[in-house]
Ligand binder design. Structure first.
Ligand SMILES: Cc1ncc(COP(=O)(O)O)c(C=O)c1O
Length: 440
């Protein structure tokens, strides 16, 4: 049996055009700092910091060291009925940097699990308070909340839902997305128009009666459907409507948390505090899969009643609070603090914004969007071939410019390292420009 991975047949890749990919695979075998390496020694600059995951750079020595030590000391320990010291410490540390009043932390292994956990917590919270009629969940068009059934149902990414439309969970409704090319194209930061779209929630309260709605889930800034910053005042208005109707507000911060918006949590940057926050990715800098759901005191306390020998929430994963993941998380929080990673991210924002918007006059470009260190360049689709221009850009960046760039259809998405080097960032965008200039 061959020991070299030359046959890709067995490998079914996630969110990838498998047949096209396998004709000319793009395979990474190493990483250091801001670069990937391939088997033949080529270095590629990573313009997406993993998959929004690795803001502090790849193979950060402090995280590597913590993981190596932990795996040799306590490789695994169940967290049902006993637990490990690292999980306890990480929950405490994460809640210390969370928005005021968000004081409890439940561990998962991914963003999708965090979302489904949050939805279950919301339903359980209302039931525990004697409002078990509050079962409706509200998402938003063009939201992305992972791929499990709950997250897919509240999500608004059409291809994800299409194949499963008959099997999505019942009792879900959506408010409209906030993307408005006509009025907001080429806005720097938060767009001016669209605050009134938050009133969609009021409309759904009128339709279903607000007393039947358990929670609303939104990304503070929609990421995976193309970086859609919220209109000025929009999140405040959502918060206000939730308060008036007793609805929990969930921020899905799987991307926004841990510095992507220059603050520990996105909530702190946008100045709106939700009741529940979902996280993953930057919690461990992507090194070990881990997520966390953070909740307000009032949510946690609602569960802490009844006989004390009884389990309060029948929910958890074998790897919730895995000690090696938790050790990676603790190392991340240490280095974020010691190296001032979130402040570094904030300081890079202006340059990032300017670089992105320098594409505004490019013949293929129909919009540029940015907030924090999240950015997108939207290109016009080719006639009859949506996604082709974006796909070709991704491949040419990889093969011709040694750049890893992500495209969602014809929108290029950018997630620079929180500690990017300004010169490297500049050079990487010059490479993207050469590619855009060279394609039809
Ligand atoms: C906002 C948001 N929620 C949930 C998820 C799903 O996370 P995962 O892929 O870790 O399950 C993602 C992934 O990008 C995300 O961006």
């Amino acid at each position: 049996m061959s020991r070299v991975a030359t046959n890709l047949d067995a490998y079914w890749m996630p969110f990838t055009a498998n047949r096209d990919f396998k004709k000319k695979p793009r395979v990474i075998s190493g990483a250091e700092g801001h670069y990937y390496t391939t088997e033949d020694g080529t270095r590629l600059y990573d313009m997406f910091s993993g998959l929004w995951t690795s803001g502090a750079g790849h193979c950060h020595p402090k995280i590597v060291d913590a993981v190596q030590k932990q795996v040799a000391q306590l490789d695994y320990c169940m967290t049902f009925q006993v637990t490990n010291n690292k999980a306890i410490e990480l929950a405490d540390r994460v809640t210390q940097i969370a928005p005021d009043g968000i004081d409890h932390c439940f561990f998962t292994n991914s963003g999708s699990e965090s979302v489904d956990t949050a939805l279950k917590i919301a339903l359980g919270y209302h039931r525990a308070r004697g409002e078990g009629n509050r079962t409706r969940l509200i998402g938003r068009e063009r939201g992305y909340h992972g791929v499990n059934f709950g997250g897919m149902s509240v999500g608004g990414m059409v291809p994800n839902r299409k194949a499963f439309s008959a099997n999505l969970i019942p009792g879900v409704d959506h408010i409209r997305h906030t993307h408005n090319l006509e009025r907001n194209a080429f806005t720097r930061g938060l767009p001016e128009y669209g605050v009134e779209l938050a009133d969609d929630l009021e409309r759904l309260c009128a339709l279903h009666d607000g007393s039947n709605i358990a929670a609303v889930i939104v990304e503070p800034i929609a990421g995976s459907t193309g970086v859609l910053p919220p209109p000025v005042g929009y999140l405040e208005r959502l918060r206000d409507i939730c308060d008036r109707h007793g609805i929990l507000l969930i921020f899905d911060e799987v991307i926004a948390a841990f510095g992507r918006l220059g603050t520990p949590f996105g909530a702190q940057r946008v100045g709106v505090t939700p009741d529940i926050i979902t996280t993953a990715k930057g919690l461990t800098n992507g090194v070990i899969p881990m997520g966390a759901v953070l909740v307000r005191d009032s949510v946690y306390n609602a569960f802490m009643q009844g006989p004390e020998n009884m389990i309060e929430i029948f929910h958890g994963y074998t790897y919730s609070g895995h000690p090696v993941a938790a050790a990676a998380g603790l190392a991340c929080l240490d280095l974020y603090e010691e190296e001032g990673t979130f402040e570094q991210a904030k300081a890079l924002e202006q340059q990032f914004e300017d670089l992105l918007h320098s594409f505004a006059d490019h013949k293929h470009v129909i919009d540029v969007r940015n907030y924090g260190l999240m950015g997108a360049i939207e290109m016009a689709p080719r006639d009859g071939a949506p996604g082709a221009r974006g796909g070709e850009t991704h491949k040419k960046c990889f093969w011709d410019e040694n750049l890893v760039v992500r495209n969602g259809m014809d929108t290029l998405q950018f997630s620079p390292f929180l500690n990017s080097d300004p010169d490297e960032m500049q050079q990487s965008f010059e490479g993207v420009r050469r590619v855009l200039d060279s394609i039809e």
